[in-house]
Write a protein that binds this ligand. Sequence first.
Ligand code: ATP
Ligand code: ZN
Length: 330
Amino acid sequence: MSDAKVTLDDAQGVDTAKTLAADVLGRAATPTFRDELIDAGLLIPMGVDGLYGRSEVFESVVEGINNLVTRRGADQKAEVMRFPPAMNRTDFEDSEYLKSFPNLAGTIHSFCGGDREHHRLLKCLDEGEDWMENQKPTRAVLTPAACYPCYPVVAKRGPLPEEGRTIDVFSYCFRHEPSLDPARMQMFRMREYVRMGTPEQIVEFRAMWIERGKALIETLQLPHWIDLANDPFFGRGGKIVADSQRAQELKFELLIPIESEEKPTACLSFNYHMDHFGELWKFHTADGAVAHTGCVGFGMERTTLAMFRHHGLDVTQWPAGVREALWGQQ
Ligand code: ATP
Ligand code: ZN
């Protein structure tokens, strides 16, 4: 590439020059949506695919959507729990996340040596060698989905009350899926309502939130539709689990085109876990049956990106109704 000769006086040459320029800048000749978001200062690249800083404007949209979710869920009388973006490693192991998504999990390691190992660490850094030898796993792992930390906490309280429980969680989550698609981040926020109770209570909750999710996205004036979905289960056996999840209609997603029309992005998800978590953490309904659980998840960054995609990068130009829904009377 570096010794390619470029003449600018023929059309092909101009194209080559563009490609070369794009190559030097590390981006395509035609700016992608990601480039536009970065150029507008909305996302701040950090040198790792899928890891970004967010601008004040970006955050104001996230906050507006989050507040809208709170208003639409006010009647749920949900118990608010806020966890840091890390969870107890034992709870994480118990959750069986590693069985289904070992490739997405993020563990937290820390230096666990003495003086001698520290010297070695500094020497490795100096010499540009691998320095991870004495980094050992800690008792904490990164949270993969906002609802994960709340199940063991609620299970420890004993049987659920007659009416079940609804929990409101909001957390940064980590998934190791580096990508140039701005809608596929490694660290992103999920707002969720989590329902625990009888199968009937969960099924009713999920049906209601599919309707509420659609209404909320309609308020934001975004194109969308609901579709049956499955989680990206790992490996050869994963396909069978995914097929069974679909056959049982356990997961629905609200899709919005962001990166492409053909492959729209899941911005909200509506999940029924049946008795999976109830069995794992041994929690029961008031009448002693294993509890069923379900959750509705709002992808905060994805919904925010959908807003920029469909209403433009300048929030002052967004439709008045959308601005009002996000930020009230202005
Ligand atoms: P996908 O199928 O696109 O990987 P998902 O359906 O598995 O996503 P869920 O596990 O249902 O995602 O997570 C709940 C919500 O979190 C999703 O609806 C989405 O809005 C958001 N989300 C999931 N993965 C990412 C990601 N990598 N970057 C940004 N948001 C994400
Ligand atoms: Zn969940």
